[in-house]
Design a protein around this ligand. Structure first.
Ligand code: SF4
Length: 412
C-alpha cells in the first residue's frame, strides 16, 4: 500500500512535468504520505496531492508556453528571470501546501471538534457559556442535596457570566470578549452550568429561543443529565434542530455503575445509554462527557470504557482528568483517605488518553482531552498546562507511538 501510494504521488508529478522541482515536491509529499499512511485516512492528503499536482502542472504548462514564446521571439534575456520568478512563486505555494499537509496529518490521528463543526458551518464558530439560572435534581432534593461528589459549579463559568444577567446580555458580553480576536466569528450558546433541561418546557423554549434570537448566534449546545430529557422536550429539540443547530451533551462520566454510585450521580449507565439512543433516534447530534481517573477505577477499566462508548450513537466526546475541587465532597474524601485516589500526572494521563483513543470508534469527534479548573479552586492535580498545550502533548504521543484513534476499535 505504501509503495503504491509512493508511486501514485510520484507519477502524478512526473508525468505532468518531469522537472526536478516536481520530483523534489513529489518525494517530500510521498514521505509525508508514507509516515501518515498508518492513520488510514489518506483522503485529505490525497486531495492535497491532487491540488499540488494541479499547481505544478499548470505552472509548468505556463512556463513551457512562455519558453516557446521567448524562443520564437529570440528574447533570451527575458527568458531566465521570467522562468525563475515563476518557479519561485510556485515553489512558495508548494511549500505552503506541504505545511498544510503536515498540519492535517497530525490532526488525522484523531477526529477533532473542528471536523464536526465543519459539517454544519461554513464559517468559524465559538461557544459562549451561558448560565440560565438552572439548578439540578441532584442538588435541589429531588434526587439528592449534596450533588455529585466532585461537583462545584463555580468551575463551569468564565468571568463574563458570573453575575447571571439575562441570556441575551451574557451572549452579547461573550461576543464582545471573543470578537476582539475574531470579528467575523459566529457563536453557539452553550447552556453549561447545572442541568440545562431541568425546567418546564415553556421556560426552556423561552430561554433557548432567546439565545437564538441574539444576532450571530447560530445554534445551541445544551449540557444536561441523562435522566432529564423527557420525550416532549426531545420532540421540541428535534424540531429546533431542523431550523437551527442543536447539540445535546450528556454527563455520562463513567460506564461503571459502581463508580456512578460512589460519586453519587443519581443515575445508572443504562440511563445514559437510553438517553443517548433516544436523542440520536430523534435526529439530534449527541455528545457525552467522561471523567477519566474516577476513584476505584483501574487503568484497564478506564480504557475498556472506550469500547463501551464506541457502541453508542454519539457524535462527540469530551474527556477530562479527575480534578479535586475545593469545597466538594470528593475533596473531603481525599483529605481523609488519599490512598483511595490516583491523581494522574500530565504525562501519564496523556498515555492513558492515547490508549483510550486507540479503542475509540474513529468517527467520534473528540472535543477535548483535559480541562483546566480555575487555579483558586483546584486542589490537584496542578499540571500548569493550558488545554491547548495538553492537546499538543496528546498529538505528540500519538505521533511518537505511531498510532491513531480507532486503531484497536472492535465493532460488536
Ligand atoms: S455535576 Fe451536574 S448533575 Fe452533578 S451535581 Fe453538579 S450540576 Fe448536578
Amino acid at each position: 500500500m505504501q509503495f503504491f501510494a509512493f508511486l501514485f504521488v510520484c507519477e502524478e508529478f512526473q508525468c505532468s512535468c518531469g522537472g526536478p522541482l516536481s520530483l523534489f515536491c513529489a518525494t517530500l509529499l510521498s514521505f509525508s504520505c508514507l509516515s501518515d499512511h498508518h492513520s488510514g485516512k489518506f483522503l485529505k492528503i490525497r486531495k492535497l496531492s491532487f491540488k499540488l499536482s494541479a499547481h505544478l502542472s499548470l505552472s509548468l504548462a505556463v512556463a513551457q508556453d512562455r519558453l516557446r514564446l521567448c524562443m520564437k521571439r529570440k528574447s533570451k534575456l527575458f527568458l531566465c528571470p521570467a522562468l525563475a520568478l515563476h518557479y519561485l512563486c510556485k515553489l512558495q505555494q508548494c511549500v505552503w501546501l506541504l505545511r498544510k499537509t503536515k498540519m492535517m496529518s497530525d490532526n488525522l490521528r484523531y477526529t477533532p471538534f473542528s471536523t464536526f463543526l465543519n459539517r454544519y458551518f461554513a464559517f468559524k464558530v465559538q461557544k459562549i457559556s451561558v448560565d440560565a439560572g438552572f439548578t439540578c435534581p441532584n442538588r435541589d432534593g429531588t434526587l439528592g442535596v449534596g450533588g455529585c461528589t466532585y461537583c462545584n459549579n463555580r468551575t463551569f463559568n468564565p468571568g463574563y457570566c458570573r453575575e447571571m444577567p439575562s441570556v441575551t446580555r451574557q451572549l452579547e458580553e461573550g461576543k464582545i470578549f471573543f470578537a476582539r480576536k475574531y470579528p467575523e466569528m459566529k457563536y453557539l450558546a452553550y447552556f453549561q452550568a447545572y442541568t440545562n433541561t431541568y425546567a418546564e418546557l415553556q421556560r426552556l423554549r423561552d430561554l433557548y429561543e432567546e439565545a437564538l434570537s441574539v444576532p450571530d448566534v447560530v445554534g445551541l449546545v445544551i449540557g444536561t443529565r441523562p435522566d432529564c430529557m423527557p420525550d416532549e422536550l426531545l420532540h421540541y429539540l428535534a424540531e429546533l434542530h431542523r431550523r437551527s443547530f442543536v447539540l445535546v451533551e450528556y454527563g455520562v462520566e463513567s460506564a461503571l455503575d459502581r463508580t456512578l454510585q460512589r460519586i453519587c450521580r443519581g443515575h445508572t449507565f443504562a440511563c445514559s445509554e437510553e438517553a443517548i439512543r433516544r436523542t440520536a433516534d430523534a435526529g439530534i447530534p449527541v455528545g457525552a462527557h467522561m471523567i477519566l481517573g474516577l476513584p476505584g477505577e483501574s487503568r484497564e477499566e478506564i480504557v475498556a470504557q472506550a469500547d463501551v462508548m464506541s457502541q453508542l450513537p454519539i457524535n462527540t466526546l469530551k474527556l477530562h482528568q479527575l480534578q479535586l475541587i475545593r469545597g466538594t465532597r470528593m475533596a473531603r474524601e481525599y483529605a481523609e483517605s488519599p490512598s483511595d485516589f490516583h491523581l494522574y500526572e500530565a504525562g501519564e494521563y496523556a498515555e492513558l488518553v492515547v490508549d483510550y483513543l486507540e479503542r475509540l470508534r474513529s468517527d467520534i469527534v473528540v472535543e477535548r482531552f483535559a480541562s483546566q479548573s480555575p487555579a483558586d479552586l483546584l486542589i490537584a492535580p496542578a499540571w500548569g498546562l493550558k488545554n491547548h498545550e495538553f492537546t499538543e502533548w496528546v498529538k505528540r504521543s500519538l505521533r511518537q507511538r505511531n498510532t491513531y484513534q480507532g486503531r484497536l476499535y472492535v465493532s460488536r
